[in-house]
Design a protein around this ligand. Structure first.
Ligand SMILES: CC(C)(COP(=O)(O)OP(=O)(O)OC[C@H]1O[C@@H](n2cnc3c(N)ncnc32)[C@H](O)[C@@H]1OP(=O)(O)O)[C@@H](O)C(=O)NCCC(=O)NCCS
Length: 189
């Protein structure tokens, strides 16, 4: 069942999304924190990865969603959480096709994911990984209430230069403080 926002939905990945996933992956600008080289990913690889998913109720440690524009049903990008420690923490990631940057879709999608993670999954803390030159990524996370908690200096080499690797963090209390329309019913630790 999709998670519905005002202008976008988060829905399940489908095999036919593979060409768009390949497009995101084969561009260092849209790859986000992965920065995985060389850029030789294929649609077949993504189709294979899709087919290899296993039915599991107990061991899921990640969730992957397509961001779809409601009006046009176009593929906007991909958003995920991974490294899930049940009811405790997860690391979020997002990547939009470049033509959709700067319209508020990244923020809207990420807010939908955060509501799902804090309000449905019961996380205590959400993490965001990026590097110091990725201003859009830092701004988006800070707009949702994250702050930088780890700065690993000169840890990222990119385009011939060194940048700091950053971990940002959003605590459950901070999320609910920003969202008075939601009531946190989970007892404290
Ligand atoms: C990071 C990314 C998801 C942002 O998505 P987006 O839809 O363009 O961002 P939004 O339009 O929702 O903007 C959210 C906030 O960040 C700011 N912002 C976004 N990109 C920015 C940029 N390049 N420079 C300065 N501010 C930026 C916006 O101004 C907005 O803040 P405001 O409302 O206070 O003005 C998108 O650029 C992307 O897919 N980048 C490649 C992958 C990536 O870096 N992923 C992040 C994890 S490392």
């Amino acid at each position: 069942m999709p998670i519905e926002g005002k202008r976008i939905i988060l829905r399940e990945h489908r095999k036919e999304d593979s060409p768009n996933r390949t497009k995101l992956r084969n561009n260092l600008e849209t790859q986000g924190v992965a920065q995985s080289l060389p850029l030789d990913y294929t649609t077949e690889m993504h189709e294979k990865a899709h087919d290899k998913r296993e039915l599991s109720t107990l061991t899921r440690s990640e969730g992957l969603f397509v961001i779809e524009e409601k009006e046009t049903k176009k593929f906007v990008g991909s958003i995920s959480y991974s490294e899930l420690n049940p009811r405790f923490s997860a690391v979020n990631g997002i990547s939009l096709l470049k033509e959709f940057w700067g319209r508020g879709y990244g923020y809207e999608a990420h807010e939908l994911l955060l509501e799902f993670l804090f309000h449905e999954v019961g996380l205590r803390v959400s993490y965001w990984a990026t590097w110091s030159q990725n201003i859009g990524s830092i701004k988006l996370a800070e707009k949702s209430g994250y702050s930088i908690v780890i700065r690993s200096r000169d840890a990222v080499f990119k385009g011939g230069k060194l940048y700091d690797f950053l971990i940002l963090e959003l605590l459950r209390e901070e999320y609910y403080e920003k969202h008075p329309e939601l009531k946190d019913e989970l007892p404290g630790l």
